[in-house]
Design a protein around this ligand. Structure first.
Ligand code: CDV
Length: 309
């Protein structure tokens, strides 16, 4: 048995006016709860230090830099790293990264139990649009504020397991999990900010949006025989609702813990990494069963091209 007790630290809404310090205080409270529950790893949401700012249009792109962190840890997050080190709890959290070269990424990091950063992932699949879109009920300007991630989908060995990360929209793409699956991933950690309403299809409904979110994470877990921990930032941010639905999914694709609120809420599960072994050595033993001679289009072609009518 290779057990890691994991905390999925769903966070409730963060308003535009909330300071980083106030947010980190909430993250610290979740960390304390997680440590008391025996967790050695806590996963926080995407862009968890601020409101989900890509809904706000800044005509001057540079104005949006107020939402970005130029270093990590930095002054507001240092107390979280310090406490995590004292408690011996590894953390994974999402933030907007401004590099010394002036690049902007939607980033998630992983630390070890001594609070050293051991992994960094930059979001590859950026949803939304670049310019203000009058047709939408709300804006989703990730393509305006971020560059697509340039690190691929790496994995890291930590706490005796093979760990990888992805962020929000990445969870909807099977390629995300498969690239990590091909590196033997046993735990995929991801955070998300998913609006409760589809900005281009208001009738879709919350139930279907929650279903799609869970469906993709369960499928990714099952098809790659890996744990998936998906953590929402949820609730009403300045009049804009984000859905919850945080889950911990086992390597059979079954949900073993699910959030019941749209607020700060900790899910805890003792995840045995050895549960990945069965799927990885039987139905999803890639080395025996994959037929890569038929998969060329996956990397040769981006958009769908249907045969001529
Ligand atoms: N933050 C996100 O990536 N949100 C997307 C929304 C736009 C659909 C998501 O896939 O949940």
């Amino acid at each position: 048995m290779r057990e890691i007790v994991i905390g999925a630290a769903q966070m409730g809404p963060i308003q535009k006016a909330d300071s980083r310090e106030a947010v980190v205080a909430r993250m610290l409270a979740l960390l304390e709860d997680a440590a008391r529950a025996g967790c050695t790893l806590v996963v926080y949401p995407e862009l968890c230090l601020t409101t989900f700012f890509p809904r706000w249009y800044h005509e001057d792109r540079a104005e949006a830099d107020i939402w970005f962190e130029a270093s990590m840890p930095n002054a507001p997050t240092q107390p979280l790293f310090d406490r995590a080190r004292t408690l011996g709890v590894a953390i994974s959290l999402g933030y907007a990264e401004l590099t010394p070269e002036g690049q902007h990424f939607n980033t998630q990091i992983l630390t070890d139990r001594a609070a050293r950063i051991v992994g960094k992932y930059r979001k590859v699949h950026l949803p939304g649009h670049v310019e203000y879109d009058t047709e939408r009920t709300h804006q989703h300007l990730e393509k305006r504020y971020f560059e697509p991630g340039d690190l691929g989908f790496p994995v890291w060995r930590s706490q005796g397991a093979v760990m990888g990360m992805c962020i929000c929209n990445d969870r909807r793409w099977p390629e995300t999990y498969r690239v990590m699956g091909l590196q033997g991933v046993e735990l995929v950690m991801l955070g998300y900010n998913t609006p409760s309403v589809n900005s281009q299809h208001g009738d879709e409904g919350l139930a279907k949006r929650l279903y799609h979110s869970e469906l993709t994470m369960c499928a990714g877990a099952y098809q790659n025989a890996t744990w998936v921990v998906g953590v929402a930032k949820a609730g009403d941010e300045d009049g804009h609702p984000l859905m919850g639905g945080s889950v911990i999914v086992d390597p059979d694709g079954m949900v073993v813990a699910r959030a019941t609120s749209e607020g700060d809420e900790l899910l805890v599960h003792a995840c045995d990494m050895d549960l990945c072994n069965f799927g990885k050595t039987t139905i999803f033993d890639f080395a025996r069963h994959r037929r890569i001679e038929h998969y060329g289009l996956i990397t040769e072609r981006t958009g769908a091209v249907a045969p001529a009518p």
